[in-house]
Design a protein around this ligand. Structure first.
Ligand SMILES: Nc1ncnc2c1ncn2[C@@H]1O[C@H](COP(=O)(O)OP(=O)(O)OP(=O)(O)O)[C@@H](O)[C@H]1O
Ligand SMILES: [Mg+2]
Length: 203
């Protein structure tokens, strides 16, 4: 177990707050993580770090700051009781995910990519939304051109913090909204989109 840090360890606390350090140490001690590298992205309610799992595979570590107001009023209610968020240390919640990208550099998100054959990408993404619903029984709930990564030739949906199961009373409304967000983005690229009703059918 080691925390890999490019500067000396005294600087650890300037970068990670105390809660984050506790969460990370716990993940290192329990063998979820082998190495943790620098922060990749800092949002208002979470930070994402690059690291390695015990097998040396790259992972993305997302640590939610549950004291942030946005988080408290938004996501916390979805996260309580969700088995994916079992690693709770005081008031941080963390998530370890397979790393999408290579050598610490994340793949671009949809918004950052100049698509060749945008209509094909539209179909691929709609297909994924349907698969998520039919096979995983989930609705993403916050889908947009910022929450779809494009590694090599295929789309990957990320940022599932607010996803709901298809049994959720609002699931259908969330599904329609997800599709409308994707339609809005692809309409801007002159792709002919289909209405949520057409896509969802009798679901
Ligand atoms: N599994 C992953 N592999 C590589 N990079 C990732 C991964 N997950 C997220 N990222 C990177 O982090 C960025 C933000 O991730 P994400 O959308 O989950 O959080 P966010 O929208 O910033 O956070 P918040 O939950 O605070 O809204 C992504 O755009 C991507 O660059
Ligand atoms: Mg996001």
């Amino acid at each position: 177990m080691r925390v890999k840090w490019s500067e000396d360890t005294e600087s650890l606390e300037e970068v990670f707050d105390r809660r984050t350090i506790m969460t990370v140490l716990k993940m290192l001690n329990t063998g979820i993580l082998k190495e943790l590298h620098g922060a990749m992205k800092s949002g208002k309610e979470s930070k994402i770090y690059h690291g390695l799992d015990p097998k040396g595979q790259e992972v993305a570590v997302k640590i939610f700051l549950t004291t942030s107001n946005i988080f408290r009023h938004g996501r916390l209610k979805y996260i309580r009781g969700d088995p994916r968020f079992k690693d709770i240390a005081h008031d941080t919640v963390s998530l370890v995910d397979g790393f999408i990208g290579k050598d610490g550099i994340p793949a671009p998100v949809l918004r950052e990519v100049r698509l060749q054959a945008a209509a094909d990408w539209y179909e691929k993404i709609i297909e994924l939304i349907k698969q998520l619903y039919d096979e995983a029984k989930l609705v993403h709930g916050d889908l947009s051109e910022y929450n779809i990564m494009i590694p090599d030739g295929y789309p990957v949906l990320i940022d599932f913090g607010q996803a709901v199961t298809t049994e959720h009373p609002e699931a259908r409304a969330f599904l329609e909204r997800d599709i409308e967000n994707i339609n809005r983005y692809f309409s801007g690229l002159n792709v002919r989109t289909r209405t949520p009703a057409k896509i969802i059918g009798a679901r």
